[in-house]
Structure formats: C-alpha cells, structure tokens
Design a protein around this ligand. Sequence first.
Ligand code: C2E
Ligand code: MG
Ligand code: MG
Length: 277
Amino acid sequence: GGRGNYCFYTPDMHVFATRRRELEIELRRALKSEEFEVHYQPQVAIGTHAVVGFEALARWYHPERGIIPPNEFISVCEEIGLIGAVGEFVLTRACRDAACWPDSVKIAVNLSALQFKSGTLPAVVAHALRVSGLDPRRLELEITESAMLDDTASVLKQLRDIKQLGVLISLDDFGTGYSSLSHIRNFPFDRVKIDQSFVRDLGTNSDSLAIVRAVTGLCGSLGILSTAEGVETLDQLNILVAEKCDSAQGYYFSRPVPFVETLPFVSRMHALQSQAA
Ligand code: C2E
Ligand code: MG
Ligand code: MG
C-alpha cells in the first residue's frame, strides 16, 4: 500500500472486484441490447400547478434484476468510458419524447461532468435537436458544480456554444458540493435547482428554511429561475410558495414515470386547474 505501508488482503475484496468486473461487462452488453430506458418526473409551476416540464431520469431494465436506478450505474459508466454513449442515448430519447408534448412543456436532461471532456457536446446536443425537431428553447440541460471544476475554460466555452443554440442551462443539486457563488457569476445559468436535502427539512429545521430563502432570494435578484427538488408534502410546498420559488418537483406531485404516463399526467393536472378556476 505505498511506501512504509501495508494492508491485508481479505476475501471480500475479491468478491467486490469480481462483482464490479461483471457489472462492467453487463453495462457494455446493456448498451448494445438497448436495455436503458428513460423515465420522466414532472416539474410543476408553484403558483398554478401547471406542468412546465419533465426531468429525464435514466433507468436500466435489467433482464434478471428488474429496474436499476441511476445511482447504481451512472458512476460505473463514467469510470469505464461509457457515459458519453449512455448520455447521448438519454438526450436523444428525451428530445424525441418531448417533441410529442404540448409546446409549454420543457424537457430537462442531466449531464455528467465527463460529457464535456471530448469537446463534442455542443455538436451532440445540436444533433439531438435536429433529429427530434424539438424547439431548442424547450430543452434544458442540468449540470452540477462538479462540471465547472476542471478545465473550466473548455466547459464554459461548450456551455456558451450550447446556449447559443437556444438551449437553457440549469445548475443541479445546488447547496451540496462546493456551492461556490462564483459559479453563478461565471456563467449565466437559467435555473438553479435547490437540492432535496434542504427541501426535506423545511418545516422542521430553521437552517434549511434560511438556506432555501437565501437561494430563492438570490435567484430572484439575479433573474434566475428556481426549482425545488424532492417536494414530498403539502407543508413543504406551502413554504416554497411563501418563499417565491418558481417550480417544484417531487413525490408530492409524482414519482418519475414511463413515457406513456406523461401526457395523461399533463391532462390530469390541467383538468384540476380548470376545476379550481
Ligand atoms: P437528480 O438529477 O438530482 O434527480 C433527482 C433524483 O431525486 C431522482 O432520482 C428522483 O427520482 C429523486 N426524487 C425526485 N423526487 C423525489 C422526492 O420527492 N423524494 C425523494 N426521496 N427523491 C426524489 P434518480 O432517478 O434515482 O436519479 C438520481 C441521480 O442520478 C440524478 O439526480 C442524477 O444526478 C443522476 N442521473 C439520472 N439520470 C441521469 C442521466 O441520464 N445522466 C446523468 N449523467 N445522470 C443521471
Ligand atoms: Mg437533475
Ligand atoms: Mg438534483
């Protein structure tokens, strides 16, 4: 274990390494045999409850293990160089599906920091828009602060090129990680997504309320939209209304659903609005 160090080998290290290797092989196969799918979670305007967009979330339909969530495979895809292909698949599918929704409904797609490495991301995005026919203003790309950390000049250049296409850029999971305000100053983000860890504690933890208030206030002053993630209760929603957050996403409205359930959801929310009016 390096100079002047030693470590013990244990059998479970072997089990871990073997499982990991199997996962790598399976992920490569999954991409070829088209086992990845995209689910969609609605984003709802705080004031009106109108569906303003959906977030695309990757799912792996494993033939034996069933549906596997992204936390179990995205980081492995990043490590084995598969994230470019998986990311492009999600983007292309999401743009194609979104083209079937009403014009007022946007699509948000997550990007990995590693998708900026090759420098081809603006071309990949332009291609996805072209083949789907989707209006670029209906596409939002979500990045986390980790994307802004290395090779910042190249990342900023690519983000500007993508914005030139008319696409919107959101800062995801804000409040976790580095939360450097200079990121907000260095790039004109269209939206900040307040991380669910703060939303979860609203109503029980006054520090979380103070943080949410600060972020929505900052966004309001800078002309950036704000979306709260992980809204699960009416109490949380009411606080977000009071704090003038723009939109909300979470189990209170809906879990991520397969594409076939998206349009019925939009219609249901529309019908509820008409009833209320
Ligand atoms: P994220 O972008 O912050 O997405 C939100 C996650 O929170 C989703 O988990 C969603 O299902 C979950 N969530 C939504 N509402 C609630 C709620 O009310 N309560 C709770 N407890 N959770 C809620 P999911 O789908 O498992 O995705 C996890 C993460 O995986 C995403 O976090 C995103 O960082 C990453 N991811 C998903 N799809 C992709 C993709 O296509 N590409 C990349 N690079 N990353 C992806
Ligand atoms: Mg996201
Ligand atoms: Mg998030």
